[in-house]
Design a protein around this ligand. Structure first.
Ligand SMILES: NC(=O)C1=CN([C@@H]2O[C@H](COP(=O)(O)OP(=O)(O)OC[C@H]3O[C@@H](n4cnc5c(N)ncnc54)[C@H](O)[C@@H]3O)[C@@H](O)[C@H]2O)C=CC1
Ligand SMILES: CC(C)CC(=O)C(=O)O
Ligand SMILES: [Mg+2]
Length: 360
């Protein structure tokens, strides 16, 4: 059966890493013997330039009919002074799809230890970031002039059910892995965080076998660096998850190494897949962006939306093997281009596939 996919390449290095990821997807689909029907649409700054809207109606219509969406990245300095904001297109997409759990796995690949002074061998974990609430979406927000002076405001808001569903997912993932759940909040100050912590305490009654560690976000930032092995499954609100997942990028050696899946719980095929990094305007157009985050997002898509576990494992193994052989893009001290690195990953996948075919 054909799988359908909406592709939103976006801005900066978005198109570069998405093109790399699609090569891997095509290979896996061909080996799996199924077709992927792809439709492409505009988002972010590219959409502003063409239509005046960062999330145009044509894109909305396609997304509404789609189960699976794959995104590059949005934003860039050329839109800083534009009245419309590319990032608001991404937030509108996330809200429109109604997907609330953003899973951001991280892993120190073998040989990558020296790219972060903090990296530990074999370190891996996952940040589960609530994606539809908090400061990014709360109302009221905006600008005003008070006593002749410009003011700006945002609102952080969470309803209990919005916290409960993502916390429950956190418990389920931690239970599956047999590890503690680390819940990050700022309950010593913020009302939303007090409700968050109270909800975690209530939901934990249903998971008596999962130890819970509560941390305030400031202490968590310190401890993530000092004792990262504690942070195997982390559940947290939108803003804190955004910040801590970039910290995880630093911890494993590069932001370019992280993929993500945004889903509605353990079941269901609907998903939005995107690398954790942004549009990286500083390296845009040079052909040197690290495609690993985007390629790992393909693996997550195959697993979470399509239930294709085996090709997802081939992809991950091929990335490990390619790095182990010393191929790297410049963010990891290497000389590979996005294209040459992706070519190596494809070769590794071919080898893994051939070996498995011979042994079965
Ligand atoms: N999901 C999205 O679409 C996101 C978009 N952004 C937007 O991206 C633009 C740039 O934001 P920044 O703060 O610079 O964050 P960024 O994630 O784009 O880049 C931060 C640093 O990491 C490097 N980097 C990121 N991805 C890389 C990759 N795949 N390979 C090699 N190096 C990589 C960049 O070169 C840069 O030095 C802004 O407009 C921002 O709003 C930022 C984060 C997420
Ligand atoms: C650009 C923002 C909308 C979000 C962001 O930084 C992220 O999702 O990682
Ligand atoms: Mg971010």
């Amino acid at each position: 059966m054909a799988r359908t996919l909406v592709i939103l390449k976006g801005d900066g290095i978005g198109p570069e890493v998405v093109d790399a990821a699609l090569k891997v997807l095509d290979w896996a689909a061909q080996k799996g013997g199924y077709a992927v029907e792809r439709q492409e649409a505009l988002i972010g700054g590219a959409a502003i330039d063409r239509t005046g809207d960062p999330f145009p109606s044509e894109t909305r219509a396609l997304v509404d009919r789609a189960d699976t969406v794959f995104l590059g990245a949005v934003g860039g300095p050329q839109w800083d002074r534009h009245p419309k904001n590319p990032e608001s297109g991404l937030l509108a997409l996330r809200a429109r799809m109604g997907l609330w759990a953003n899973l951001r796995p991280f892993e120190v690949f073998e040989g990558m230890e020296s790219f972060s002074p903090l990296a530990r061998p074999h370190l891996r974990g996952m940040i589960i970031r609530e994606l539809l609430g908090g400061l990014y979406f709360g109302q009221p927000r905006g600008r005003s002039v008070v006593n002749g002076e410009p003011e700006a405001m945002e609102t952080s808001r969470y309803a209990r059910h919005e916290i409960e569903r993502v916390v429950r997912l956190g418990f389920q993932v931690a239970q599956r892995q047999g590890v503690p759940l680390v819940s990050v909040d700022k309950a010593n100050v913020l009302e939303t965080s007090k409700l968050w912590r109270q909800t975690v305490e209530e939901v934990r009654q249903d998971f008596p076998d999962v130890p819970v560690i509560h941390r305030y976000v400031d202490a968590a930032a310190m401890e993530f660096v000092k004792k990262p092995e504690l942070y195997q499954v982390v559940v947290t609100e939108n803003l804190f998850g955004d910040i801590l997942s970039d910290l995880a990028g630093g911890l494993v050696g590069s932001l370019g190494l992280l993929g993500s899946a945004t889903v509605n719980g353990l079941q269901g095929s609907r998903g939005l897949y995107e690398p954790v990094h942004g549009s990286a305007p500083d390296i845009q157009g040079q052909g040197i962006a690290n495609p690993i985050g985007a390629i790992l997002s393909v693996a997550l898509m195959m697993e979470w939306s399509w239930g294709d576990r085996e090709p997802a494992q081939w992809i991950r193994q091929a990335i490990r093997d390619t790095l182990k052989e010393g191929y790297r893009t410049p963010d990891l001290g290497g000389h590979d281009t996005t294209e040459s690195f992706t070519g190596r990953v494809l070769q590794q996948m071919e080898q893994i596939h051939r070996k498995e075919a011979m042994s079965s």
